[in-house]
Design a protein around this ligand. Structure first.
Ligand code: NAD
Ligand code: IPM
Ligand code: MN
Length: 359
């Protein structure tokens, strides 16, 4: 939805970031290049070395002119992950990742949870058609805005506040996007999840906006679940869900759960989107310091993020062949060790790129 105009050449900013971001992004690029070559498309890739190494070396996080530069000179951004044990507060990661989400106003965080092969889900007897939904996470507000502070820090009387920002405009646009997304794909069900029974102001706004917007989409079943019930229902019977729309923090949590239901965090892609504007695609997972350097990281989430990016850039054939390769890898028992398959990160990337080239 809200795709950019089709053109044969796309300018992509690549931020591999930290940890396994630097391992999976090169593999995703192999797959992306293979898809582009097959379709006779031209890619102009520019790599940015932002991440913990650079931050620790010279203090760089997100340069002040970066948002304008991306808007002006790029069609999309492909990002790996940010986070490094040497930066325990993740200041650089928040500045880069949340900085881009906020400053580019990427208000939709779309996180599809699609089971490619029933052997991959931890849920007993669930089939591919029963796990196929998207989490649409509000991506520019909520508890993530970084408003708050300390009072009497470090003393026994310390107070820490963290503000939860919910604006009429912000809530309405993500809820409306959820209904438009459902309608554009012929889906029947949208579930909005909040915690209005405890968060009586911010999430009361979500309730009121949802009640209003759903009225404009009489053909779509609109349902509400409190978030504690939502996550329980996702495990009990994921086939209930097609489109889940929720706030920034709850969407973060629900999308890791959804990723695991669909086989594993390493498989899950996401798109940080502002329809019609430069947008950013990344795997859902983080920098996974526990497996860095072991050739164990699954590059499929990153490759599928590249596929989402192609779809957004109006390269549907490239999006489709890339997604089909990941699906085939899952079905043909070729995933990485995370999913019980035999391949390392690089082998998996080679397999996916080879598959794209040969289909
Ligand atoms: P994580 O997603 O990095 O890892 C969670 C678990 O999943 C780990 O056991 C890891 O080994 C496994 N895992 C993740 N990706 C995998 C892959 N591709 N293949 C196989 N296994 C994979 O989450 P975490 O451990 O909570 O966070 C680590 C760092 O990453 C932190 O600094 C965190 O802030 C950061 N982080 C960044 C992003 C992002 O940049 N979008 C997302 C989540 C976490
Ligand atoms: C994600 C990550 C980030 C988030 C962190 C690293 C700030 O968990 O992209 O899901 O919470 O959005
Ligand atoms: Mn997360």
């Amino acid at each position: 939805m809200g795709e950019r105009k089709s053109s044969p050449r796309k300018r992509i900013a690549v931020i591999a970031g930290d940890g396994i971001g630097k391992e999976v992004i090169p593999e995703a690029l192999k797959v992306l290049r293979a898809a582009a070559a097959k379709g006779g498309r031209e890619l102009a890739l520019t790599e940015f070395d932002w991440g913990a190494d650079r931050y620790l070396r010279d203090g760089t996080t997100l340069p002040a002119d970066a948002p304008d530069m991306f808007r002006r000179d790029y069609d999309a951004i492909l990002l790996g992950a940010l986070g490094d044990p040497r930066v325990p507060g993740n200041q650089h990661g928040a500045a880069i990742l949340l900085g881009l989400r906020f400053k580019l106003d990427l208000y939709v965080n779309a996180r599809p949870c699609v089971l490619f092969d029933r052997r991959l889900t931890p849920l007993k007897d669930r089939t591919e058609k029963e796990i196929d939904f998207v989490v649409l996470r509000e991506n520019t507000e909520g508890l993530y805005v970084g408003m708050g502070g300390f009072f009497k820090k470090g003393t026994a009387d310390e107070i820490a506040t963290q503000e939860d920002i919910n604006t009429r405009k912000g809530v309405e646009r993500i809820i409306r996007y959820a209904f438009e997304y459902a309608r554009s794909l012929g889906l029947e069900r949208v579930c909005m999840s909040d915690k209005a029974n405890a968060l009586a102001f911010g999430h009361d706004l979500w309730q009121r906006v949802f009640a209003e917007v759903r009225g404009e989409y009489p053909g779509i079943q609109a349902r509400h679940l409190y978030v504690d019930n939502l996550v329980m229902q996702m495990v009990r019977d994921p086939s209930q869900f097609q489109v889940i729309v929720t706030c920034n923090l709850f969407g973060d949590i629900a999308s890791d759960l959804g990723a695991q239901l669909a086989g594993g965090l390493g498989l899950a892609p996401s798109g940080n989107i502002h329809p019609g504007q430069v947008s950013m695609f990344e795997p859902v997972h983080g920098s996974a310091p526990d497996i860095v350097g072991k050739d164990m990281a699954n590059p499929m989430g990153a490759a599928l993020a590249a596929s989402m990016m192609c779809a957004y850039l109006a390269w549907p054939a490239e999006a489709q062949t890339t997604a089909a390769a990941a699906r085939a890898a899952s079905r043909e028992g070729k995933p990485t060790g995370e999913l019980g398959g035999p391949l390392g990160t690089r082998e998996a990337g080679d397999w996916l790129a080879g598959r794209v080239a040969s289909t």
